[in-house]
Design a protein. Structure first.
Length: 367
């Protein structure tokens, strides 16, 4: 069974306006059924091996849901160690995404600076996996907080403050690759404003969410009749930077948030913001809501003894690429110059929302 799948985004143009948008997904409807009838210990060990992206987030979500179902209460030290693992995985995937999708020229090799930055962070990540390995055990009887390994410095491109980078953009004087990326986004799309999209996914009460988590909901989730987005939309800029981005294109603002999130990573690794411990559900039931590189990841399970009776996974991609969701809301009705610009706009917005699977964009023109 292919747990990845893919997205196909189909646009229709009528008189240079995007008149229809369809998102077709080949993602499996219920990956969780693979785990039914299996011992929970086996499931939390094997589940992350099935995912090529965000494997640690998947594992920690499984551990958190399983421990809740077993009645185990994770202490602050364990939760902090797991949050450090989550943040490191987010940083690793976002750094790769930054260079692969934005700074690499065409499909050529990564620059020397990019390779050095990725190798440096990978070294830190490998050390973290060793030092924090006990945090990936199911319901450890004793847990001692591990020390955070020494971090590699962020690449030079990420040292410049957002305010300074925005000043360069406003004056039209790019000095490095990130400046050029921001300038290209503004030049390519400033005449093609996006329409309003979905709101950020709110905090969802576990006692209300868990009963709704079946295969249909996890395939096309809505909350209180509405679609929501999770991921970069949750990243807040400083008040000054918000003001400076007020007149920028929505794509440019999303890219700035990606840069800012990476800049905050070293501080966040040392000072994690922990959510409140999950409220108690009915015995044998667990639910985890975990921050991942692409947004909120949700796992829900029900145990029969120590066997899995039901398991559901709701990935960020299902919120972010709902058939009626933010991609459709922001693109439908937009007027473009031609099919080429429509395709480029849809591809760029999709990259910045960031699905966890491959995607393609097709454009059909109607007279």
């Amino acid at each position: 069974m292919n747990l990845a799948g893919a997205l196909t985004i189909k646009l229709q143009l009528q008189q240079q306006t995007i008149s229809a948008l369809e998102i077709r997904s080949t993602r499996p409807r219920s990956a969780g059924r693979l785990f039914r009838g299996r011992p929970i210990g086996q499931v939390v060990r094997q589940l992350p091996l099935l995912f090529s992206l965000c494997g640690l987030a998947q594992q920690i979500a499984a551990l958190t849901a399983a421990e809740q179902a077993l009645g185990y209460e994770a202490g602050v030290a364990l939760r902090q160690a797991r949050m450090q693992l989550l943040l490191a995985e987010q940083g690793r995937e976002q750094l790769l995404r930054l260079w692969r999708d934005w700074l690499a020229e065409g499909s050529g090799p990564l620059s020397n600076e990019a390779q050095a930055a990725l190798l440096g962070f990978n070294r830190f990540y490998a050390r973290l996996l060793v030092s924090h390995k006990p945090a990936l055990q199911l319901a450890p009887a004793v847990f001692k907080a591990p020390a955070l390994p020494p971090q590699e410095p962020l690449p030079d491109l990420l040292q410049l403050s957002i305010s300074q980078r925005l000043e360069r953009l406003q004056t039209g004087q790019p000095e490095d690759a990130l400046d050029h990326c921001l300038q290209r986004l503004e030049q390519r799309f400033s005449a093609v404003p996006l329409r309003p999209g979905c709101a950020a996914l709110p905090v969802l009460a576990a006692v209300q969410l868990q009963p709704r988590l079946d295969a249909d909901f996890c395939c096309a989730p809505q909350w209180q009749g509405g679609c929501f987005e999770t991921g970069l939309i949750d990243q807040k800029l400083t008040l000054n930077d918000q003001e400076m981005t007020r007149n920028l294109h929505g794509l440019t603002v999303r890219f700035i948030k990606l840069i800012y999130q990476l800049q905050l990573l070293p501080e966040r690794l040392h000072n994690q913001s922990l959510e409140q411990a999950a409220p108690t559900l009915s015995p044998g039931t667990g639910l985890a809501q975990i921050p991942s590189a692409r947004g909120r990841l949700i796992h829900s399970l029900v145990l029969d003894g120590e066997q899995v009776a039901d398991y559901q996974i709701l990935a960020p991609t299902e919120w972010n690429f709902h058939p009626q969701g933010t991609l459709r809301q922001q693109l439908l009705g937009v007027t473009v110059a031609d099919a080429h610009q429509a395709r480029a706009l849809a591809q760029t917005l999709t990259l910045l929302i960031d699905p966890c699977v491959g995607f393609s964009v097709e454009v059909t023109e109607h007279a």
